[in-house]
Structure formats: C-alpha cells, structure tokens
Design a protein around this ligand. Structure first.
Ligand code: XMP
Length: 305
C-alpha cells in the first residue's frame, strides 16, 4: 500500500475537508478498524466527533474497560450499556441471519439515539475493503455495512479506511501509536459473541463463550493466530463427579489468514489443547466437552454463524 504516514496525512486532511464545522458520529467497537477510523477522524475534527461505543453484552472479556481506557483522550466518547436490551431482542431468535439483523437493528437504535442527540451531520465508518466485497457478494450481511445511512439522515458518510486490507489497517494503527493491544488485536466480528453461539443467544451462553474465548486467546498467543476463539455450539452429555450432566459443547478455533477471505486451521500442540480444555471445563462446570476445529476456510467460514 501507499506509505503509512502519507496515508494518514491525506486521510486526516480529507476528513477535515469533508466534515468542516459540522458534527459527526462514529460507532467505536473496540476493534482495529473502527479504532483507526475514529482516531483519524478525531485528529481531523476533535470533539466535533462523538465516538459511540455500544456495550451489547456480546463483547470480549474486559473490552469495555479497555475501550474506555484507550480512548480516554476523546472527551466526547459515549459508552452506552445496552446489554439487557440486546438480550431481549435476541430471545427466541435462532436463525443466524435473523440474529445478525436483530443485533444490527438494536445497534442502529442505540446509535441513532446518540446521533440525534448530538445532531450529527456526518457518519464516520470503519468499513474496510473485505467488508465491502463480502457484502457485495452477499456472503453474509455485515452489520457494519449498510443499515445506518438509511435510518439516520446524514449529509454524508466518511469511510477513511475503505480501501485497506486488515493488515494495512494494523500498520496504520501502529503508526497512529494506538496501544499495541489495539494494533495487534485480533479482528472481532461486529455481532460479537452472537456469532460464537450457535442457536439462541442467552446471557448464559454468551458468558460461557466470553470466558472460553478469553482462555483461547490467552493460551494461543504464542501461535500468533490471525484469529483464535471459542464458540458454544450445542449441548452434550458429560460426567461431573458421579452424575451424568447435559452440558455445553465448546469448539475451539484458531486460524491463520491474511485478510479473512480464506484461512487455514492451525496445528496446535496436544498439551496446549489439553490445557485449554482443562481451563474451560474447570472454570465452568456446565461445559461438558471441548472440541478443536480442524476445518480450513473454505469450506468452513471462520466464525460459526
Ligand atoms: P467469516 O466467518 O465470514 O469471517 O469467515 C471472516 C472475518 O469476518 C469477521 N466477521 C464479521 N465481522 N461483522 C463483522 O464486522 C460480521 O457480521 C462478521 N461476520 C464475520 C470474522 O470474525 C472474520 O474475521
């Protein structure tokens, strides 16, 4: 790609020109893409930008605190606690696309409330190149593409990283001195833990997925995966003490990839897998089984839904 510093200068100047004296909003997810877009936009227009972080209850462990800390320099940052409202929306919803839509709509609702409050004219988005082509190809509906512009009547949409691949966004993040944890961070899907829970999303399943994801990220750091996580994929019989139990089945996945379009399942050492298994089942007595996913993309997708 073009030189990073030149990209940043051009992006900041472009945003400033586009937004001018107007008010803007951006949905900050805690992922690399929106963090970079928000930082570029904040550098361009300062507190005219209101970054909105919606805690859907489907975030990674510690993510909300991390976002508060990382972006504490943005005085205009809004953190919205919407977990209860999201679980209400998701109750009884089992179809993957319906789940995505329920989350997308919930998100729009929360975001729209703030956008109206600050009377925002512009929407800044962290859309990257693969999001656009996957959406155009209709492989999956990405809630961070489309939706928002139709609901709120913005004067314009600003997408400073729309032509970049993930690894390029990371380079920009490093150049912007975003903390290493953000720059090196694994991509996290917009619908959050909902795509790591097969079937209905409940607070309990989300909590199992959250803790298990944390264990997997922690244990597999040395493998430098492009993405590593755990998903709650169903229930199966297990045995705890003298009793047979019907507990959660957790699948562990760790992949190498350049941009998420294709991916290879990583070969993980047996002892590491066993440690992951024992931590996940040890931390939650309702988990009966831990599996390792050996499927590449294609034929599987990276996430479960
Ligand atoms: P899949 O599961 O399609 O994922 O192989 C490819 C990459 O995209 C992420 N992903 C999403 N990101 N909204 C997002 O912002 C989504 O709906 C979504 N679905 C998948 C996934 O984590 C992987 O990095």
């Amino acid at each position: 790609m073009v030189e990073t510093d030149a990209f940043i200068d051009e992006a900041v100047a472009g945003i400033r020109e586009e937004i001018g004296d107007a008010e803007a909003v951006i949905a900050l997810s805690g992922g690399v893409d929106s963090s970079v877009a928000a930082t570029l936009a904040y550098e361009a227009v300062g507190d005219q930008l209101t970054p909105v972080y919606v805690d859907t209850g489907l975030m990674r462990k510690g993510e909300t605190d991390q976002v508060r800390e990382t972006f504490s320099f943005m005085e205009s940052l809004r953190v919205v606690d919407a977990a209860d409202r999201f679980f209400d929306r998701l109750a009884g919803v089992t179809d993957p696309e319906a789940k995505r839509h329920a989350i997308g709509e919930g998100f729009i609702d929360e975001f729209e409330t703030v956008a109206r409050e600050v009377d925002a004219d512009y929407l800044v988005q962290g859309t990257i190149y693969p999001d656009r082509i996957e959406s155009e190809g209709n492989i999956k509906s990405h809630h961070n593409v489309g939706g928002l512009p139709e609901v709120v009547d913005f004067d314009g949409i600003v997408e400073p990283v729309r032509d970049l691949y993930k690894d390029e966004v990371r380079e920009v993040a490093r150049a912007l001195d975003l903390e290493a944890v953000i720059a090196e961070r694994m991509p996290f899907p917009g619908p959050g833990l909902a795509v790591r829970v097969v079937g209905e999303v409940t607070p309990e399943k989300a909590a199992v997925a959250r803790e298990a994801c944390h264990v997997v990220e922690d244990e597999l750091e040395a493998y430098e995966p492009w993405q590593a996580f755990a998903a709650v994929i169903g229930k199966a019989t297990g045995v705890k003490g003298d009793n047979r139990v019907h507990g959660w089945v957790v699948a562990v996945r760790s992949v190498e990839s350049r941009d998420g379009m294709t991916a290879r399942a990583q070969e993980i050492d047996w002892n590491t897998l066993q440690r992951i298994q024992s931590r996940i089942t040890g931390e939650n007595e309702n988990v009966a089984r831990v599996l390792y996913d050996v499927t590449h993309k294609p034929p599987a997708t990276i996430e479960y839904e």
